[in-house]
Design a binder for this molecule. Structure first.
Ligand code: G6P
Length: 581
C-alpha cells in the first residue's frame, strides 16, 4: 500500500524519484524517503508529505536511486520508520511495498547474530538479511536471490548498494512495473510515475528478481533467466495531471462521461468469455466501493435474468467461506486489493471459474483470474473512487446484457450524455446543510440502496462527516432514534416501483424532524412539496438514474469536503490500493 520508484540511468535520480513519488502519493502519504548512489550512499527521509519536505531529497546526488511513500503498517509514521532502510554498515538501502509476515522471527535471529535495528518496521529485516549474504557472496543479485525465499508475505523490493551500478528488484504479490526508457530504466508500483518518461513497460511476475543496470534488465525466476513481454501503455500523460482542476477527484468526476462511454463500447460479446455468458451460479467478491458496484449488479441481474447473485465482502470470504460453485467475479479497480485476491484464489481451489473486473493492465488480479474485463477509466489518482466506480458499472451492465442476451440499448449508449449534463447541477443549498451536519443518513431502495451506501462512503471518506447508507425501510428499525433537526437525510426517490413507498418513508422522516434532501425525477412536484431540498435528475431508465444520482452524491461529498477544508485527494488514514488484509 506504499508507493515505490527506482531509477537507473543517465540523469540525476533524486529529482525524478521525488516527482515519481508525488504521483504515487495516493498509495500512502504519511512519510517518504529517497536513497541514491552518488560518491557513496546518500539518504533523506521524513515524516509527512513529499510536497512539503522534498527540498533536501531533491539534492541527493547519483544516477541510481530508490524512493518510497508510506502508508504505515508496522511502526508509527515518523522519520525513522520511513523508508529507505539501511543495513548496519549504511551501505545497502531497501524500499518495500507489502508486508513481511515472518519478520518477527527473522528479526530475532538477526539480532542474535549482532544486527542493530533502528526502526519498528517489518521491512528492516530485509536489508539486514541482504547485508549477511552480500558480506559473504559479494554479489548483490545473488544476495537478494538468496534472501527472497526466506521472506513470507508480500513484497515489491528495490535494493541499491554503495559502489554498485545496478538496482536489484524483486516481486511477490505486490505490483512492480519496469519502464524501459532511452538509456534509462524505471521500476515502480505502477505506471503513473513512469508515463512521463516512457510508455514501454514490463510487469514482473511473482517470484521474479531482476537486475537493472543503465541499459539492461535481466529477469530471473527461481534462478533461471525469464522474459516478460514488453507492453505499450496507452494512458496519456495528461491523464495523470490535474489539468486545471482544483483536485484530482473533481477532474475524475468530470472524466466520468468519457470513462463510461469508453468502457461500455469496449465490453461486447467478444470480450465477455463464454463461461461468463452462461453462468449456473454467480458469486461476487469485492471491497469498499467495488462491493457497492457488486450490489448494483446483483439487483440488475436478478431482476433481468432471475439468476441469483451471492455478494460477499472479500475480507470476510477467506474466514467464512460460503458454499460456492460456478462463476466467481472479483471486482477491484486497483487489481491489487489483498482481500479480493485471496478470495479469488480460494474460489479457484473450489474449481470455480473466475472473472476479474479491473482498471489496471498487468495487475495481480488479471494474472490470477481465468478471464479479465478491463474498464477504460484511465488512471484514477484521487483516493476516493469515482470514475473507476462508474466504469465498473459500465462493465457490469454489459455483463447483464450478455447474460440476458439483450442488446446494448440506446439509453445505455447515450448514458454518458446524461452523466455530462448532471455535472452542471447546483448543489449549494445541499452543501450548506451537509457542512453543518455531524451525521447524515442516506436512504434508497433496490439499486438506489447501493447508491445510498456509496454516497455515504464518499461523504465519510473525504469530508470526515459520519454518514450511513440504509435501505429506506430499515431506518425506522432503530436509526429513527437518532433523527432530529440536526440529522439530514438524503433520500433517493426516483420514479419507479418503489416511488410510493419512498414518499411514505420520507414523510415518516419529516415527522421526526429530520431535514430531507431528495434526489428525484425532474418536475416531481409531489416530492418538491414535502422535502427541504429537491435535487432533480432527468427521468430516464432506472440504471441511468443510478448513474446520475451517483454523480450527484459524489459532487455533494466533494463540495462539502472542500467547504470544510479537507484534503480531498488524500483523506486521512486511507490509501487507494489496500494490499494488506
Ligand atoms: C480502498 C479504497 C476504496 C476502494 C477499496 C477497494 O479501501 O480506499 O476506495 O473502494 O479499497 O479497492 P479496489 O481496488 O479493490 O476496488
Amino acid at each position: 500500500m506504499c508507493g515505490i520508484v527506482g531509477y537507473v540511468g543517465r540523469r540525476e535520480a533524486a529529482p525524478l524519484i521525488v516527482e515519481g513519488l508525488k504521483k504515487l502519493e495516493y498509495r500512502g502519504y504519511d512519510s517518504f524517503g529517497v536513497a541514491t548512489i552518488g560518491k557513496s550512499l546518500e539518504l533523506d527521509k521524513h515524516k509527512g508529505r513529499i510536497s512539503e519536505n522534498a527540498r533536501s531529497a531533491i539534492r541527493l546526488k547519483g544516477k541510481i536511486g530508490i524512493g518510497h511513500t508510506r502508508w504505515a503498517t508496522h511502526g508509527i509514521p515518523n522519520d525513522v520508520n520511513a523508508h529507505p532502510h539501511l543495513d548496519c554498515s549504511g551501505k545497502i538501502a531497501v524500499v518495500h511495498n507489502g508486508i513481511i509476515e515472518n519478520y518477527a522471527e527473522l528479526k530475532r535471529q538477526l539480532k542474535a547474530s549482532g544486527h542493530t535495528f533502528s526502526s519498528d518496521t517489518d521491512t528492516e529485516v530485509v536489508v539486514h538479511l541482504i547485508e549477511e549474504e552480500y558480506g559473504t557472496k559479494k554479489d548483490l543479485l545473488l544476495a537478494v536471490q538468496t534472501v527472497v525465499p526466506k521472506l513470507e508475505g508480500s513484497y515489491a523490493l528495490l535494493v541499491i548498494a554503495d559502489k554498485e551500478e545496478q538496482m536489484i528488484v524483486a516481486r511477490n504479490a505486490s505490483p512492480l512495473v519496469i519502464g524501459i526508457g532511452d538509456g534509462e530504466i524505471f521500476a515502480a508500483s505502477d505506471m503513473t510515475p513512469i508515463l512521463e518518461h516512457t510508455e514501454r513497460a514490463m510487469f514482473l511476475e511473482d517470484g521474479d528478481v531482476a537486475a537493472i543496470s543503465r541499459g539492461e534488465v535481466t529477469i530471473f525466476n527461481k534462478g533461471t533467466v525469464v522474459k516478460r513481454p514488453l507492453e505499450l501503455i496507452d494512458w496519456s500523460l495528461e491523464d495523470v495531471k490535474k489539468g486545471g482542476f482544483a483536485h484530482y477527484m473533481l477532474k475524475e468526476i468530470y472524466e466520468q462521461p468519457q470513462a463510461f462511454y469508453n468502457t461500455i463500447r469496449a465490453v461486447n460479446p467478444e470480450t465477455v468469455s463464454e463461461f461468463v455468458r452462461h453462468p449456473t451460479s454467480i458469486t461476487v467478491v469485492a471491497c469498499g466501493s467495488s462491493y457497492h458496484a457488486g450490489l448494483i449488479f446483483k439487483y440488475l441481474l436478478e431482476e433481468s435474468c432471475r439468476v441469483p447473485v451471492r455478494l460477499e465482502f472479500a475480507s470476510e470470504f477467506k474466514y467464512y467461506p460460503p458454499p460456492i460453485e460456478g462463476l466467481v467475479i472479483g471486482i477491484t479497480q486497483s487489481g491489487e486489493t489483498a482481500d479480493t485476491l485471496t478470495a479469488l484464489k480460494q474460489a479457484k481451489t473450489h474449481n470455480c471459474k473466475t472473472l476479474a473486473i479491473t482498471n489496471i493492465l498487468g495487475s495481480s488480479v488479471s494474472r490470477l483470474a481465468d478471464a479479465t474485463i478491463f474498464m477504460r477509466a484511465g488512471p484514477e489518482i484521487s483516493v476516493a473512487a469515482t470514475k473507476s466506480f462508474i466504469a465498473q458499472l459500465a462493465v457490469l451492465m454489459q455483463i447483464v446484457n450478455n447474460i440476458s442476451g439483450t442488446k446494448c440499448n440506446d439509453m445505455l449508449l447515450h448514458a454518458h450524455q446524461a452523466i455530462e449534463e448532471i455535472l452542471l447541477i447546483d448543489l449549494a443549498d445541499a452543501v450548506t446543510v451537509c457542512t453543518s451536519a455531524k451525521d447524515i443518513f442516506y436512504v434508497g431502495r433496490g439499486p438506489f440502496y447501493a447508491v445510498a451506501l456509496e454516497g455515504a462512503l464518499k461523504m465519510k471518506e473525504i469530508s470526515y462527516i459520519h454518514a450511513e447508507g440504509y435501505a429506506a425501510g430499515e431506518l425506522k428499525h432503530g436509526p429513527f432514534a437518532l433523527l432530529s433537526s440536526e440529522t439530514p437525510v438524503i433520500a433517493l426517490c426516483t420514479p419507479g416501483d418503489t416511488y410510493g413507498v419512498m414518499i411514505s418513508n420520507i414523510k415518516e422522516m419529516k415527522a421526526r424532524g429530520a431535514p430531507v434532501i431528495a434526489i428525484g425525477g425532474e418536475g416531481d412536484s409531489e416530492l418538491l412539496d414535502i422535502v427541504d431540498i429537491f435535487i432533480p435528475i432527468p427521468k430516464t431508465t432506472p440504471f441511468v438514474q443510478v448513474l446520475t444520482s451517483l454523480v450527484v452524491l459524489q459532487l455533494l461529498a466533494y463540495h462539502t469536503a472542500v467547504a470544510l477544508g479537507r484534503d480531498v485527494d488524500k483523506p486521512r488514514n486511507l490509501a487507494k490500493s489496500v494490499t494488506v488484509e
